[in-house]
Write a protein that binds this ligand. Structure first.
Ligand SMILES: [Zn+2]
Length: 85
């Protein structure tokens, strides 16, 4: 019997990338694809490309798993431009 890290109770941070590229990393809403690879949150106005969203969400999930919490979102503040002006 070989004792692997898993059976020894060592915490392993595994984050499944599934769904991370389509969820808002700030409010958790489903993101809408604007232009190619560009996602926008209809609720809070967060906007980023797919890779950035996925990276942010993976980071967030990893932190949550470790028991930490994100007090301030690391996402850059975007100026909300009203298209119907
Ligand atoms: Zn949002």
């Amino acid at each position: 019997m070989t004792g692997s890290a898993e059976s020894r109770g060592v915490p392993i941070i595994t984050v499944k990338p599934r769904g991370t590229s389509s969820t808002c990393s700030i409010c958790g809403s489903k993101l809408i694809e604007n232009i190619y690879r560009r996602l926008r949150c209809p609720r809070c106005g967060f906007e980023a490309d797919r890779d950035t969203v996925a990276a942010l969400n993976i980071e967030k999930r990893a932190l949550e798993k470790m028991g930490g919490s994100l007090t301030t979102p690391t996402a850059p503040q975007m100026t909300d431009v009203d298209p119907n002006r």
